[in-house]
Design a protein around this ligand. Structure first.
Ligand code: ZN
Ligand code: ZN
Ligand code: ZN
Length: 256
């Protein structure tokens, strides 16, 4: 059994947007509050954190997450990376470098932005990271096999991840047909849906729903949404029955 928790489901500025007076940003519905996009996957005793955005500390506390075996990075944008230092309490407790998987380009940014963690004699409070560059080939964390799925974010190649019958894709604006075979047999899909208007670097709702149709999962959850998506309660009513607008803290299980 695999358990997935959506830690955050908001686009880069989060929802509410600082200073915004719109209905969504002023909504009292907790499902209209979106921290930056991230997810936590528990499978076969392995704990995987997908992305470490700027809200990571709050997300780990909210979900009472005590253990992370590996971080899987989708890409280097700050809304997916800027909270990496907040993994420190878990590193301190485990006393071994945190394994981080991502494309070489993304890991280069980790090395630059968190240079203090890579010093020969780091400051005692610094975290320690073990970087694992990945490309197209699947890899293992413990006995869990993970298949990277390459998608495009405007022109930037970035990664989604498939674990068993589950696939997680965020910040995609295009998925090549050549990658679709990697999504064969996916039963539960998380995919990004920004809002209703067309956008240069993210699927809008219509494109996300088309992508869901193409993959053909039994259930799909939308993530990385902006305040322009509308109120959760309104949007949810318009979606096909097997598609749910994701919200922070949403959990689901998958029979691998
Ligand atoms: Zn993003
Ligand atoms: Zn707003
Ligand atoms: Zn991005």
């Amino acid at each position: 059994m695999m358990k997935v928790t959506l830690l955050g489901t908001g686009t880069s500025q989060g929802v509410p947007v600082v200073g915004c007076q719109c209905d969504v940003c002023q909504s009292a519905d907790p499902r209209d509050k979106r921290l930056r996009t991230s997810a936590f996957v528990e499978v076969d005793g392995v704990h995987l954190l997908i992305d470490t955005g700027p809200d990571l500390r709050q997300q780990l506390l909210r979900e009472r997450i005590t253990d992370v075996d590996a971080v899987l990075l989708t890409h280097e944008h700050k809304d997916h990376l800027a909270g990496l230092d907040d993994i420190r309490p878990i590193y301190f407790r485990r006393k071994r470098p945190m394994d981080i998987y991502g494309m070489q380009r993304v890991l280069n940014v980790v090395r630059k932005d968190y240079d203090y963690a890579f010093k020969e004699h780091p400051y005692p409070g610094a975290p320690s990271f073990q970087l694992h560059p990945i490309r197209h080939e699947s890899f293992f964390v413990g006995n869990v096999e993970i298949q990277p799925v390459q998608v495009r974010h405007l022109t930037l190649p970035i990664l989604g991840y498939r674990i068993g019958k589950f696939a997680y894709i965020t910040d995609a604006s295009f998925v090549a047909d050549s990658e679709m075979a990697l999504l064969d047999g996916v039963e539960v899909l998380v995919v990004n849906a920004l809002h209703h208007e067309k956008h240069y670097s993210h699927f809008n709702l219509e494109q996300a729903l088309q992508f869901v149709e193409k993959v053909g999962p039994q259930r799909a959850f939308l993530t990385h949404s902006s305040h322009h998506m509308g109120l959760y309660a309104d949007v949810e009513k318009t979606l096909p029955p097997h598609v749910t607008l994701g919200y922070d803290g949403l959990q689901f299980t998958i029979d691998k």
